[in-house]
Design a protein around this ligand. Structure first.
Ligand code: TPP
Ligand code: MG
Length: 276
């Protein structure tokens, strides 16, 4: 892809990181690390890959996105707001009683959210059902689903990995945010899920392994997934939990902790945002 488009997406992701830390700081509750690790992929999906219409969230021909690691809801919310699904001011109501932006994605409340997630392990199963349904309808819409690496410890994920390959769901692309950490520490120490790529390959998937913060690699992998016929694709993306703010990076302690005043100021400087 041309350098200009990559630079546009990189700048978008930077601005969305700013929005994530501001939103979490306002709510004083929520998941910082896993939102920042996922945002480059979510940016590429909404501003490059997916066909969707913020004016018409239920457009039948849209591509669908499922945030299976639903605790990273801030990453999806800031992206939906940026794309125009709802006003950006709504972000300041994250996790407030009565707000449509709950701590985990709610398809009944938030325009652009396809399914409720947050209980880990279920997104790929839902994606399989949608992919099968769309195939029956002869639809050209595609399904994208983002999972955490800790989430791969859920047995249901592997049942879904098996069935997606069995049904040759080439309209389905899974992405694994492989940041190496979960709530309690390193994934490999809590319950090793690696080698992730080899496991998906053994189940019959097309596997692409990339740096999940390299925008050209992300968009290239998504394009390769679209060209792949007869099997589902998984993009195993090596990422850094808390990416973009050194104080948050590689730290399980910022998994579910929002920035305080000092951390917000530091984060904004790191992200090149000097306004109030
Ligand atoms: C079924 C279920 N069990 C436990 C939790 C609590 N929980 C929320 S996030 C998380 C860790 C997830 O780690 P990972 O999938 O690696 O996410 P990331 O590192 O991207 O934040 C856990 C255990 C949950 N949401 N759902
Ligand atoms: Mg993780």
């Amino acid at each position: 892809m041309e350098q200009e488009k990559i630079a546009f997406l990189e700048e978008k992701a930077r601005a969305l990181r700013v929005s994530i830390v501001k939103t979490l700081h306002k709510s004083q509750s929520g998941h910082t690390g896993g939102s920042l690790s996922a945002i480059d992929m979510v940016t590429a999906l909404y501003f490059h890959t997916m066909r969707h219409d913020p004016e018409n969230p239920g457009w039948e021909e849209r591509d669908r996105f499922i945030l299976s690691k639903g605790h990273a809801a801030p990453a999806q919310y800031v992206t939906l707001a940026e794309a125009g699904y709802f006003p950006k001011e709504d972000l300041m109501m994250l996790r407030r009683l009565g707000s449509h932006l709950q701590g985990h994605p709610d398809s009944k409340g938030t325009p652009g959210v396809e399914v409720c997630t947050g209980s880990l392990g279920q997104g790929l199963s839902m994606a399989n059902g949608m992919a099968l349904g769309l195939r029956l309808d002869n639809s050209r819409s595609r399904i994208y689903v983002l999972l955490g690496d800790g989430e791969l410890q859920e047995g249901q994920v592997w049942e879904a990995v098996m069935s997606a390959a069995h049904y040759r769901l080439d309209n389905l692309c899974a992405m694994v945010d492989a940041n190496g950490l979960q709530i309690d520490g390193e994934v490999k120490k809590v319950m090793n899920v690696g080698p992730i790529g080899d496991k998906f390959r053994a189940f019959g998937w097309h596997v692409i392994e990339i740096d999940g913060h390299d925008m050209a690699a992300i968009t290239g992998a998504l394009e390769s997934a679209e060209r792949t016929k007869g099997k589902p694709t998984v993009i195993v993306a090596s990422t850094v939990k808390g990416k973009g703010v050194p104080r948050f990076e590689h730290k399980a302690s910022y998994h579910g902790v929002a920035p305080n005043d000092e951390e917000l100021n530091e984060a904004l400087i790191c992200l090149g945002c000097f306004e109030d």
